[in-house]
Design a protein around this ligand. Structure first.
Ligand code: NAP
Length: 253
């Protein structure tokens, strides 16, 4: 019987957790511990880093993990790199459950950049209202462009106030709607939205809202991760675990 370690922190990981529990597959869900009150889950949860590749490989061995599923966020590249190396070291198979990246559609005004420093550089110029839809970890870098007024949206109230001289803070963990995001952007007079190419539907409302308002979007491309077995499909993960799921079944997850 499989004994799965699922690296989570995403809506996909939560959806997969539900399916694993429903299928009676033993699994532990792992969080980094960045969010104060993660949603209740139907499988055991562990919280906190493993201590690098060695720590994760040791965890896999000591807990008799047979399958490692990486369903972390596409920007959690360190964790994903560690997962590939530790699975190799522990001699267990790994699959990554990811979301397809977003692609621009008609009406989008994207500037694509490689990383946070390039996103900061792309904001060179006169003062504007800029929405940073990035999470709290990368906000500090934008202090290098202090002329702008920044709108920040975080999942939790930060322990220390953001260092940006001019900002407004909204605490909201979604789900977000196109209408809601459009109203928020209009109310704050937003001219530019900065975001990561997270992909998926949950975080896409801001893109549709920016399109509707004809706003510029600075889109940060995904970091590189090593080659690995990867799928966008929860059913494919269950099949990979040896659980019979008929092909082509719509599950609506
Ligand atoms: P990261 O930079 O790739 O990871 C940094 C360290 O955090 C890892 O080396 C690992 O510590 C620990 N870690 C990360 N994910 C973990 C997990 N699921 N379980 C246990 N330890 C974990 O990751 P990050 O960008 O800080 O993201 C942290 C978490 O937030 C991830 O679970 C991710 O799915 C979620 N998340 C991230 C973003 C984002 O934009 N980056 C957005 C939404 C959600 P050790 O080396 O000590 O093992």
């Amino acid at each position: 019987m499989p004994n799965v370690l699922l690296l989570g922190g995403t809506t996909e990981a939560s959806a997969l957790t539900q399916r694993l529990a429903a299928a009676g597959i033993a699994a532990t869900l792992s969080y980094a511990g960045r969010t104060h009150a993660p949603r209740a889950q139907p499988v055991p949860v562990r919280i906190g880093g493993f201590g690098g590749v060695e720590g994760l490989a040791t965890y896999l061995r000591e807990h008799g993990v047979t399958h490692l599923v990486d369903a972390t966020h596409p920007f959690a590249a360190t964790m994903s790199r560690h997962a590939v190396a530790a699975a190799h070291e522990a001699g267990i198979p790994l699959i990554a459950l990811t979301r397809p990246a977003w692609e621009p559609v008609a009406g989008d005004r994207w500037t694509r950049v490689a990383d946070i420093p390039e996103a900061v550089a792309a904001l060179e110029g006169p003062a504007r209202s800029v929405m940073l839809a990035l999470g709290r970890m990368h906000v500090e870098a934008f202090a290098a462009q202090p002329q702008h007024h920044y709108l920040l949206r975080f999942v939790d109230t930060p322990d220390t106030p953001p260092v940006l001289p001019r900002h407004s803070l909204v605490v909201d963990r979604g789900p977000f709607t196109v209408e809601g995001d459009r109203a928020l952007m209009a109310a704050h007079g937003i001219a530019v939205v900065v975001c990561k190419n997270a992909g998926g539907t949950g975080a896409a409302a801001k893109l549709a809202a920016a399109r509707a308002l004809s706003l510029r979007v600075v889109m940060i491309d995904r970091p590189a991760v090593p080659e690995r077995h990867e799928t966008h499909d929860i059913d494919a993960v269950l099949r990979w675990l040896g659980h019979a799921v008929p092909s082509g079944t719509e599950r609506g997850v």
